[in-house]
Design a protein around this ligand. Structure first.
Ligand code: NAD
Length: 481
């Protein structure tokens, strides 16, 4: 079994209470790594190190260009050892090696992008209406940032925070999910190797209530960057509000993928399948509500049923596997529960709908990719985030109907539209209440562009130049001659 420690002030240390816990490989069902179980005392140590690095350490004296170069070097280091990082993350969350490897390589690009931006953050001078008076607007780092992330894409979702936070000159304490703690510890070692000074990047492993909460409450943490479910997100927001912390929340989704009758149906079918079944549906941006125009409903359903039935399900380490296990036991049980709920609600199971067991399914934490048709928008299967390989299919008549159904939900993370009509594409991208709208593609994301949610899907945006400002204070300096 691999053993890990906490990473504080560039040192590997045990949790102060001496406790640890094991994380399971979702495919074999067996524990593969042992990590420390951090608590408030460890939070205090990590935040003290991050504060000292921010206020007094070499990091605080480093030029923006040098800081940028270091962030860039971390990207190169990640790319060089992408295989190791991907193996560790795949062991922890059961994601396909092919998917994680792509994600890790993509992570590196976040560091290239934000490394390049570090010396391009400029303030401005405001022309005042009094002679001899100048006002200068400066952007300054906030201080110590807390990053709290879920189990589905530990490295990538942390890179979304690390890149802009470090670019702005902050220091950071990262708390990965208790289900997937290992890959960030490997990343921390890489940061040390490329020369990040002590205290700039710290990683604490442990549970939400035992590490996450005290981290958010800590008076020296100025900014909280959270990705996770909306239940935990609400708690995080409340806790952070008590300390008046700056907060970003990237929460759940139940995104509509809308196919019109004039779409390229082959492309749309592939987009719909990738939209829901990538990472076994365990992504916030999953296109889990498929809205089909009435005239193509039956034909399109038959197409996606055929593709779904042919999916290769099994060992995430095998190159030809398309769908791996569900990442955690509680999540596996939750997905099966939603399948039962959908059946009780009267949705028609077109394909899937069962747990899978047998030698090719390891410890058996597998759910068949599932499609439910005849779904009404007031059913729970249409309104609640399943976070698994389950697609709910609804019918619509025209644009107005698609907009009404698409928006009739408390989430607003993303939406997909498939059409050849420019008019429809423009209308839908304007009217859909979601932080991202994809037209004739799905799941595209980039470090160059903002990502985040409307409504209950969150607050703030990650990605792009603007997200650097979300990690900065604005200072107005008045000078008289
Ligand atoms: P989760 O909310 O249970 O946990 C996320 C993280 O928060 C974990 O590290 C956990 O330990 C920590 N945490 C839990 N309670 C806490 C508390 N009270 N205080 C501080 N920290 C706390 O989510 P999960 O089950 O790990 O991940 C799945 C969820 O994440 C889904 O809802 C999914 O949609 C969402 N997600 C959103 C995005 C996005 O960008 N919008 C991306 C990926 C996942």
């Amino acid at each position: 079994m691999e053993q890990f420690k906490l990473f504080i002030n560039n040192e590997w240390v045990d949790a102060q209470a001496g406790e640890s816990f094991e994380t399971d490989d979702p495919y074999t069902g067996k524990p593969w790594a042992q990590v420390p179980r951090g608590r408030a005392a460890d939070v205090n140590r990590a935040v003290a190190a991050a504060k000292a690095a921010f206020e007094d350490g070499p990091w605080s004296r480093m030029s923006a260009s040098d800081r940028g170069r270091l962030i860039y070097k971390l990207g190169e280091r990640i790319e060089r050892d992408a295989q190791r990082l991907a193996e560790v993350e795949s062991r922890d969350n059961g994601k396909l090696m092919s998917e994680v490897l792509g994600q890790v390589k993509y992570c590196a690009k976040y560091f290239y992008y934000y490394g390049g931006l570090a010396d391009k953050i400029q303030g401005h001078v405001v022309p005042m209406d009094k002679p001899g008076v100048f006002n200068t607007v400066r952007y300054e780092p906030i201080g110590v940032v807390a990053s709290i992330t879920p189990w589905n894409s530990s490295l990538l979702l942390t890179a979304w925070k690390l890149g802009p936070a470090l670019c702005a000159g902050n220091t950071i304490v990262c708390k990965p999910s208790e289900f997937t703690p290992a890959s960030l510890l490997v990343l921390a070692e890489m940061a040390r190797e490329v020369g990040f000074p002590p205290g700039v990047i710290n990683v604490l492993t442990g549970y939400g209530a035992e590490v996450g909460e005290p981290l958010i409450r800590h008076p020296d943490v100025g900014r909280v960057a959270f990705t996770g479910g909306d239940a935990a997100g609400r708690r995080v927001y409340t806790t952070a509000a008590e300390g008046l912390k700056r907060v970003s929340l990237e929460l759940g989704g139940k995104s509509p993928n809308i196919v019109f009758d004039d779409a390229d149906l082959d492309r749309a079918a592939n987009g719909v399948i990738t939209g829901i079944f990538s990472a076994g549906g365990q992504t916030c941006m999953a296109g889990s509500r498929l809205l089909l125009q009435e005239s193509i409903h039956d034909e399109f359903l038959a197409r996606i049923e055929k593709i779904t039935r042919s999916a290769k399900i099994g060992d995430p380490r095998k190159a030809d596997t398309q769908i791996g296990p569900v990442a955690t036991r509680p999540q596996y049980e939750k997905v099966l529960q939603y399948i039962d709920i959908a059946k009780q609600e009267g949705a028609r199971c077109v394909t899937g709908g069962r747990a899978l067991s047998g030698p090719e399914y390891g410890a058996g934490q597998f759910v068949e990719p599932t499609i439910f048709a005849d779904v009404r928008n007031d059913m729970r299967i249409a309104q609640e985030e399943v976070f698994g390989p389950v697609l709910a299919v609804l019918k619509f008549k025209d644009e107005a109907d698609a907009i009404r159904i698409g928006n009739d939900i408390r989430f607003g993370l993303a939406a997909g539209v498939w059409t050849r009509s420019l008019h429809r594409a423009m209308l839908m991208s304007e009217k859909l209440r979601a932080g991202t709208v994809w037209v004739n593609n799905y799941r595209s994301t980039s470090y160059m562009t903002p990502f985040g949610g409307f409504k209950d899907s969150g607050l703030g945006r990650e990605g792009g130049f603007e997200s650097v400002k979300e990690y900065m204070e604005v200072k107005s300096v008045w000078m008289s001659s």
